[in-house]
Design a protein around this ligand. Structure first.
Ligand SMILES: NC(=O)C1=CN([C@@H]2O[C@H](COP(=O)(O)OP(=O)(O)OC[C@H]3O[C@@H](n4cnc5c(N)ncnc54)[C@H](O)[C@@H]3O)[C@@H](O)[C@H]2O)C=CC1
Ligand SMILES: O=C(O)CCC(=O)C(=O)O
Length: 507
């Protein structure tokens, strides 16, 4: 076996040996933090509210208006029975929170995890409202969750759970193309979305737009090409943008561009895998990957697909050939690297471990991976934090494209691709005749090729992320603030404009 085991104590030694950044002041900070404080950091919802209040403090909105914008509008909690493997019945709890109806439908994923509770769903729904505003997706925010460990159930049981949950959403008017449109999140994917669509359609047989009741569906059920990888690709586009900003390069000492950057990713699911894949394709080195049951590290770089294949076969990353094991899985966050991408759960970087985070840039692919005190500490230490509501907005952006596709009942590119190709061909032939030179077939095909659905989705996503990053950067400079507060500030001001124009709240 090529790999070796790193325990909690010797990992710190290995990592410290590899960097000069872990210096005395950090250690002294850690000794100032008591175990009591570490154990009592605010819950996810309070963390979100803290960040919101900080950004709202940059506005001149009245306290009542700010409070109104902060709180969740409606929440639903349901319980339903599901037969377990022993023939007994488990009671499953399901939630859906709609944070804001300033625009409809509400939008946000559905999470299957045994950590799900009401405050988590409310925090995630709140984030969705501001995330949509950051990327100009014209929706309110929502999020759902079912408190189960999906790995413990068979496919047939998961189908029953998904359909029972959807039935409740239908009965309580918490789902519909113009009401509330779920999507995948942790523990769910295309299959669950297909079951949701099918259940909703069965209850709404006259709704010609029923396909738009949920996004993230398989293509065969009305999905769009490019949604599966959209969040990871959005993370890639976002970090690529920040790596072109002068002030980011100055602060971090990094060179522009992705090539050669050392990347560590925590959470190797949908978002983590795809982010890793796009960074690898662009020439970055993935030196660490973390999972709940063990993490791995290789200074030489990990082959993303080989790691994925290994995990599918073995159920773990541990003992991946050529890599070093990190048995205390969360220590993956402490590997010295250029860019750290938490892509698993909320509250992973806390006052308990922020002193050991050595990445120059932290790109929040997960929702809420950092607590306010960790955020404050890392900002003061000069780390760049690209916040969740900006960086992981690629998923909802492409979900918006899918919703548009479903409402228009036609695949993007279907009506104009041929026409586009014929006119480009005509133009090319005219130029070729004028200069008396004919291009080779490969170049001709590249120029003539009309846009397919995937081309349109990817260019729309790239454009959206590029603009949202630029807007956030501009506000951060103008207000002399961090990127999270800047993104939230922009979102608050956009939502305020919607309220104002509709006469609500400000009349
Ligand atoms: N799927 C999407 O389109 C979007 C997801 N997100 C956020 O990204 C994060 C990941 O979501 P997905 O990739 O969709 O979920 P997923 O369920 O596909 O993957 C999550 C991965 O994290 C791992 N994980 C769980 N607990 C862990 C721990 N303590 N340490 C390390 N790894 C752990 C899981 O084993 C799994 O491989 C979540 O915070 C989610 O809310 C945000 C925007 C959109
Ligand atoms: O695709 C969507 O509608 C929502 C994705 C999501 O849940 C998120 O961005 O956290």
């Amino acid at each position: 076996m090529l790999s070796r085991v790193i325990s909690k104590s010797n990992l710190t030694r290995v990592l410290v040996n590899n960097t000069t950044k872990t210096s005395t002041p950090i250690r002294s900070y850690s000794t100032q933090v008591s175990q009591h404080e570490i154990d009592n950091e605010p819950r996810f919802l309070e963390c979100f509210k803290h960040f919101f209040d900080k950004a709202a403090g940059l506005t001149n909105l009245k306290p009542g208006v700010i409070n109104n914008m902060k709180e969740c509008a409606v929440v639903l909690r349901v319980e339903f029975p599901i037969k377990n493997e022993h023939g007994d019945v488990d009671i499953v709890a399901g939630y859906r929170a709609q944070h804001s109806h300033h625009r409809l439908p509400c939008k946000g994923g559905i999470r299957f995890s045994n950590e799900v509770d009401l405050q988590e769903v409310m925090a995630l729904a709140s984030l969705m409202t501001y995330k949509c505003a950051v990327v100009d997706v014209p929706f309110g925010g929502a999020k759902g969750g079912v408190r189960i460990d999906p790995k413990k159930y068979t496919v047939a049981q998961r189908e029953k759970i998904t359909r029972a949950y959807t039935l409740h959403l239908c009965q309580k008017n918490f789902i519909g193309p113009g009401i509330d449109v779920p999507a995948p999140d942790m523990g769910t994917g295309e299959q669950e979305m297909a079951w949701i669509r099918d259940t909703y359609s069965a209850f709404n047989t006259n709704d010609v737009d029923s396909m738009a009741c949920v996004t993230g569906k398989p293509i065969s059920a009305g999905g769009i090409r490019g949604r599966t990888e959209a969040t990871g690709l959005g993370v890639f586009y976002g970090i690529r943008e920040f790596l072109s900003y002068e002030e980011v390069l100055q602060k971090t000492g990094l060179t522009p561009g992705i090539k050669g950057k050392k990347i560590v990713i925590q959470g190797f699911g949908n978002v983590g895998y795809w982010a890793a894949k796009f960074f690898e394709q662009a020439g970055a080195k993935i030196i660490g990957i973390g999972e709940h049951n063990g993490s791995i590290y290789s200074e030489a770089g990990l082959n993303v697909d080989a790691v994925n294949k290994y995990r599918l076969q073995h159920g773990t990353l541990i003992d991946f050939p050529g890599a070093t094991n990190i048995t205390d899985a969360i220590k993956v966050l402490e590997i010295p690297c250029d860019i750290l991408i938490p892509a698993a759960l909320e509250k992973q970087i806390t006052i308990g471990n922020c002193v050991d985070v050595q990445a120059k840039i932290i790109g929040e692919a997960a929702n809420g991976p950092m607590t306010p005190r960790a955020d404050e500490y890392l900002l003061n230490r000069g780390h760049i934090i690209i916040p969740d509501l900006l960086l992981n907005a690629g998923g909802v952006t492409v979900s918006y494209f899918e919703w548009l596709k479903n409402l228009s009942h036609v695949r993007f590119g279907r009506l104009n691709k041929k026409w586009e190709e014929s006119s480009k061909k005509l133009l090319l032939e005219f130029v070729e005749q004028t200069v008396n030179k004919r291009l080779g077939d490969t170049e001709r095909n590249l120029i003539i090729h009309g846009a397919d659905e995937i081309d349109i989705v990817r260019s729309g996503l790239d454009d959206t992320m590029t603009n949202a990053c630029a807007e956030t950067r501009k506000t951060a400079i103008e207000k002399n603030t961090d990127y999270r507060s800047a993104a939230l500030y922009n979102a608050i001001m956009k939502i305020k404009a919607v309220y104002e124009s509709s006469g609500n709240l400000f009349s």
